[in-house]
Design a protein around this ligand. Sequence first.
Ligand SMILES: [Zn+2]
Length: 86
Amino acid sequence: LNKTIASNPCVRCGQERIVAKTWVDEDESMAGASKLTHTLMVCPDAECQKKLEKELDRQREARVARTKLKEDQDLARKQKLAPKIA
Ligand SMILES: [Zn+2]
């Protein structure tokens, strides 16, 4: 029996994505080891997929930069609020 795969169209061109690869991760937790199957879905249009990945990279970098900025601000605030040890 085939598992029904939910429709997962490309956000750029709307074509139905295809499975690029699947892999299994062993996840060890306190409850014991469990296997997690990952599926990488890509746009059937290689050019489109490339552009999408670039876009995702940009978003990832922006997110990292924002997180870093927030951490710096939090740290600065904490240092300001911390009682001076004299
Ligand atoms: Zn696409």
